[in-house]
Ligand binder design. Structure first.
Ligand SMILES: NC(=O)c1ccc[n+]([C@@H]2O[C@H](COP(=O)([O-])OP(=O)(O)OC[C@H]3O[C@@H](n4cnc5c(N)ncnc54)[C@H](OP(=O)(O)O)[C@@H]3O)[C@@H](O)[C@H]2O)c1
Length: 253
């Protein structure tokens, strides 16, 4: 399907590897000009080379989206180098695991900056231009934990739900201005982060057996859902969370 976004410009954060990189690849395949951001320069350079090799027009910017300055600088630099931003994919690393009763205020504050405030600040940064042009797509990468909390991932469970509620509220505010705001909630996806979450092969196999399709997602499968929400065809879809989890969340809604 031609997503009808060729020539648009996207900012994809957390895009040097994993799900974010796959999203950048999917947008490049649609002839979108892509600005990728992550903290570590070497990883970014390698990602940019791979995307260039795939024919992409790509700019790589080092940025830490867990700080207000990191977000304002990367949005300003992306606009200065690439022009107006039509698409924002707000993605980053996940907050650390930890049981509810053991996390102190500092852990909550750090995770809030990384997971909630990055999405809020990135959206605020790109929205004025999108509203002015009457066209925009904002997609937050969250987690299946917004539908079904994962024990031990307290910070992710709570803060991704906050991102979801923020997105729903913002979606209503800008719905009649050509700007959509949605979330993609991945299930277990084969990236470096997933490798770090499992203590051993037994734990990995146990989780895999609980997924109806009996495997982890490929990052490209998450990216395809994000690309759809960035498309012209998705103009009437806003305020939604698209769960891409191989059937793992068992609830009807
Ligand atoms: N993989 C899964 O099974 C899964 C499932 C559900 C939800 N998720 C969520 O989906 C998101 C992406 O997951 P992933 O598996 O692709 O992670 P990943 O492989 O660890 O990649 C994370 C990317 O984000 C960048 N990043 C991390 N912190 C950043 C920051 N503060 N500022 C800017 N960039 C930052 C990393 O580069 P640098 O380190 O160089 O900054 C990297 O490019 C995470 O939030 C994760 O929690 C993942």
């Amino acid at each position: 399907m031609n997503l009808q976004i060729a020539g648009k410009t996207a900012l994809v954060t957390g895009a040097s590897k994993g799900i974010g990189f796959a999203i950048a690849e999917a947008l490049v395949a649609e002839d979108v000009r892509v600005v990728i951001a992550a903290r570590e320069q070497a990883g970014l350079d390698a990602a940019r080379e791979r995307l260039h090799a795939a024919g992409g027009e790509v700019i790589a910017l080092a940025a830490d989206v867990a700080t207000a300055k990191g977000v304002s600088d990367v949005v300003a630099a992306a606009q200065a180098r690439a022009g107006s931003l039509d698409i924002l994919v707000a993605n980053a690393g996940g907050p650390p695991a930890g049981p509810p009763a053991s996390l102190d205020d500092a852990a909550w504050a750090r995770a809030t900056e990384l997971t909630l405030m990055s999405a809020v600040r990135l959206a605020r940064g790109v929205l004025p231009g999108m509203r002015e042009r009457g066209w925009g797509r904002i997609v937050n990468v969250t987690s299946l934990s917004v539908k079904q909390p994962i024990q031990e991932l307290t910070l992710s469970n709570a803060l991704r739900s906050a991102v979801t509620a923020f997105a729903r509220t913002l979606a209503n505010e800008v719905a009649n201005e050509g700007v959509t705001v949605n979330n993609v909630a991945p299930g277990y996806t084969a990236t470096e982060r997933l490798g770090q979450l499992f203590a051993d092969d037994y734990a990995r196999a146990r989780v895999m057996s609980s997924i109806p399709v009996k495997r982890f997602a490929e990052p490209a499968e998450i990216a395809a859902a994000v690309a759809y929400l960035c498309s012209q065809q998705a103009a009437f879809v806003t305020g939604q969370t698209l769960v891409v989890d191989g059937g793992m969340v068992a609830s009807t809604y």
